[in-house]
Design a protein around this ligand. Structure first.
Ligand code: FAD
Length: 556
C-alpha cells in the first residue's frame, strides 16, 4: 500500500488506529523524522504524526545551512561544534543532491566581531573539530583577493576575509526525504494529525495518544508502548498536557529571513557578515534568489502564526545595505520572507543569541520522552540519543534485541549518487529533456536539488500533461508527484515545503496557481467549500510572506 499518497489517507488513518506500535513520534519536523527513520531501521514498529504539514514548524524556517555553527566556537561550545561539524559530511553523503558544499566568505572589517588572527585560528579549529581535509580547509584572503571574490563588499572598512567550507540544503525537503526513507522501513507517517491528549494505565504510564485528524475532523487513538514528543517549539505544551512541565523549560527565539531576487543582490557566494549592532547575519544565493538572515529576538506570541514585522525587514535590509552599499535594497525588493522559532533551552540571564543550541532530553514519570533544542544539522545524532534510550527500554521490557544505529549508512530517497559527477550528468540530461519540453533556465538544478533521481518521474509525468504553458505543465507534474508520493494534502504543502517556490520563486506561483488548485481538487475529490478554503489559504500565505506590519518589537 502506498501510504505516501494522500489518496490513501483513509488507509493510513485506519492503520494508525488499529495497530499497536512500539513507538509513536509526535512531530514531523527534522527531529521527529530522524527519530522515525532511526527507530524503524533498527526494527521497531513506528508511527509518526504531524499536526500540520511535515516541516511546517521550525524545520522549514531555518537558515538552511548544514553547518557546524562557527559562532558557537566563540561561546566555547566545543562538543556541539565537533558533533555537528562532523555530521555535515555524513548528511552530505546521505543526500548529496540536496546537501551541497557551499564556500562561506567571512569578511574581516575594522572593528568587526573577529580580528584577522582570531578568524584564522578560529576557522582552523573549526576545520580541525569537523575533520575538514585538503582543499576544503579554510583559506585566509587579503583585501584585494577578497574583493575579487566578492566585488560587492564594502571596501572602506574591509581588511580581508576567511573562506571556509559549509553545506547548504533545503530544510523542508530534507525532512520530507527522511520521512519517505522512514516509510521504506515501514514507519506509518501522517500529516495533519494532531496529538491532543494522553491515555494512561492504572500505573500512570502512557499507553496511547488521543488524536484529531484535522482533515476529516475524525478522532482516533494511537496505541504505542513508547511515546516521543519531538514537537519543537510546542514541546512544553505537550509536557504541560502530561502534567510533567517541571525544571528546565523552553525559551523561544524568533528568527526572520528575507528574500530578494539574485539580480538585486548578485553575490557570488554565501557571505557571513557583521551587522553594526555586533551580531552577524548570512546572505546566501540560491538559484534566482538571495536570502538574508537572521534576527534573534525573544518570542512569546502565537506559535502557529509568527508575525514578520516591518522592523524585522528593515533590520535585515539595513544589514545588507551596510555590507553591500552599492545595491541599495529597499522594501520593494523583498519578494518573500519567513519567520521561525528556535526552541532553545532557557538559561537565566542570557540573551537569545547567547543561549546554547544544545539539545535536551526530558523523561517524565508517565514515560513521555521529549526532545528539543539542537540544530537541523545534528538531527541524526539527536535521533540516535533518543532511539538508544527507547531501544534500551524496549530490550529490557520485551527481551528482544534490536539492531544498532545505522542511519549513517542509509541514503535518503532521491539518491543514492556515487559522486558529484553523477549528479552533474543527471542535471545535464534533465536540462536537455526540459529544453525539449520548452523550459530553459534554472529548472534543471531546481529539480535535481529538490528531488534528485526522483526528477525523472516528474519529467515523465510532465510530458504526459497538456497545459497552457511549460511552466504550468511542470507545476502540475510536481503537484501530481507531491500528492501521490509525498503526502501533500493542500496546494501550499506543494508550493512551500515540497518545492520552496513560496520563498525562492514567489513570482512563479501566480501563473500556475489555478491549475494546481484544480488538480488538488480533482485528485482529492474536493467540494467547493474545501476548494475555496484551500484557495484562500494560498492567498493568505502569499500575503504573509510579502506584506509586513509595523510593531514595537526590539531586534536583538
Ligand atoms: P519543528 O521543526 O518545529 O518540528 C516540530 C513539529 O511538531 C512541528 O512541525 C509541529 O507542527 C509539530 N507538532 C507540535 N505539536 C504537535 C502535536 N500536538 N501533534 C502533532 N504534531 C505536533 N539549524 C541548522 O542546523 N542550520 C541552520 O542554518 C539553522 N538555522 C536556523 C535559523 C532559524 C531562524 C531558526 C529558528 C532555527 C535554525 N536552526 C538551524 C535550527 C533548526 O531549524 C531547528 O533546530 C530544527 O528545525 C528543529 O526541528 P524540530 O523537528 O525539533 O522542530
Amino acid at each position: 500500500m502506498n501510504l505516501l499518497s494522500s489518496t490513501n489517507r483513509d488507509q493510513a488513518l485506519a492503520q494508525l488506529s488499529e495497530k499497536n506500535y512500539d513507538l509513536l513520534v509526535i512531530g514531523g519536523g527534522i527531529t521527529g523524522a530522524g527519530i522515525a527513520l532511526d527507530a524503524a531501521s533498527r526494527g521497531l514498529s513506528v508511527a509518526l504524526i504531524e499536526k500540520s504539514d511535515f516541516a511546517a514548524g521550525t524545520s522549514s524556517k531555518s537558515t538552511k545551512l548544514i553547518h557546524g555553527g562557527l559562532r558557537y566556537l566563540k561561546q566555547f561550545e566545543i562538543n556541539l561544534v565537533r558533533e555537528v561539524g562532523r555530521e555535515r559530511a555524513i548528511v552530505h553523503r546521505l543526500a548529496p543532491h540536496l546537501v551541497t558544499a557551499e564556500k562561506m566568505l567571512l569578511p574581516l572589517i575594522k572593528g568587526g566581531t573577529y580580528s584577522g588572527l582570531a578568524t584564522s585560528v578560529g576557522l582552523w579549529v573549526y576545520d580541525l573539530l569537523a575533520g575538514v581535509k585538503g582543499e576544503d580547509k579554510r583559506r585566509m584572503l587579503n583585501k584585494t583577493e577578497t574583493l575579487k571574490k566578492e566585488p560587492l563588499l564594502r571596501e572602506d572598512i574591509l581588511t580581508g576575509s576567511g573562506l571556509y567550507a559549509e553545506y547548504r540544503t533545503d530544510d523542508a525537503r530534507l525532512t520530507i526525504e527522511i520521512i519517505k526513507t522512514a516509510r521504506q522501513y515501514g514507519a506509518t507517517c501522517l500529516n495533519y494529525v494532531a496529538a491532543e491528549d494522553f491515555v494512561y494505565d492504572q500505573n500512570g504510564k502512557i499507553t496511547a495518544v488521543r488524536c484529531l485528524d484535522r482533515y476529516s475532523g475524525q478522532s482516533l487513538a494511537i496505541d504505542a508502548q513508547y511515546v516521543v514528543s519531538a514537537a519543537g517549539p510546542w514541546v512544553d505544551k505537550l509536557r504541560k498536557k502530561d502534567d510533567s512541565l517541571r525544571g528546565k523549560h523552553l525559551f523561544l527565539s524568533k528568527g526572520v529571513h528575507i528574500v530578494v531576487s539574485r539580480e538585486r543582490l548578485p553575490i557570488r557566494q554565501a557571505v557571513y557578515f557583521d551587522v553594526p549592532d555586533g551580531r552577524m547575519v548570512f546572505a546566501i544565493p540560491r538559484l534566482r534568489a538571495t536570502y538574508i538572515g537572521t534576527t534573534d529576538t525573544p518570542y512569546e506570541g502565537d506559535l502557529n502564526d509568527i508575525p514578520i514585522n516591518q522592523e524585522d525587514v528593515d533590520y535585515l535590509l539595513e544589514a545588507a545595505n551596510n555590507m553591500f552599499p552599492s545595491v541599495n535594497l529597499t522594501n520593494d525588493d523583498v519578494e518573500s520572507s519567513w519567520a521561525g522559532l528556535r526552541p532553545l533551552i532557557h538559561e537565566e540571564g542570557k540573551s537569545p543569541s547567547e543561549m546554547s543550541r544544545r539539545d535536551e532530553l526530558f523523561e517524565s514519570e508517565t514515560g513521555l520522552i521529549s526532545i528539543a533544542g539542537g540544530k537541523l544539522t545534528g538531527y541524526r545524532k539527536m535521533a540516535e540519543r533518543v532511539v538508544d534510550l527507547v531501544t534500551q527500554k524496549f530490550q529490557q521490557q520485551n527481551g528482544k534485541s534490536l539492531k544498532a544505529n545505522r542511519t549513517a549508512q542509509i541514503p535518503l530517497t532521491g539518491g543514492p549518487f556515487q559522486n558529484r559527477k553523477e549528479i552533474r550528468e543527471l542535471t545535464a540530461q534533465v536540462e536537455q529533456q526540459l529544453a525539449g519540453l520548452g523550459l530553459e533556465g534554472d529548472y534543471a538544478p531546481y529539480l535535481i536539488g529538490n528531488y534528485g533521481k526522483q526528477s525523472r518521474e516528474i519529467l515523465d509525468k510532465m510530458a504526459a500533461i497538456n497545459a497552457a504553458t511549460p511552466e504550468e505543465q511542470l507545476a502540475r507534474a510536481e503537484a501530481w508527484y507531491a500528492i501521490h508520493h509525498e503526502l501533500a494534502l493542500y496546494p501550499m504543502d506543494l508550493l512551500n515545503r515540497r518545492t520552496g517556490r513560496l520563498y525562492f520563486n514567489l513570482p512563479s506561483i501566480e501563473p500556475v496557481m489555478d491549475a494546481v488548485i484544480e488538480d488538488f481538487k480533482t485528485t482529492l475529490n474536493w467540494d467547493e467549500t474545501r476548494t475555496k478554503t484551500a484557495r484562500e489559504s494560498v492567498f493568505a500565505e502569499l500575503r504573509k510572506a510579502s506584506e509586513f506590519a509595523k510593531s514595537e518589537t526590539a531586534h536583538v
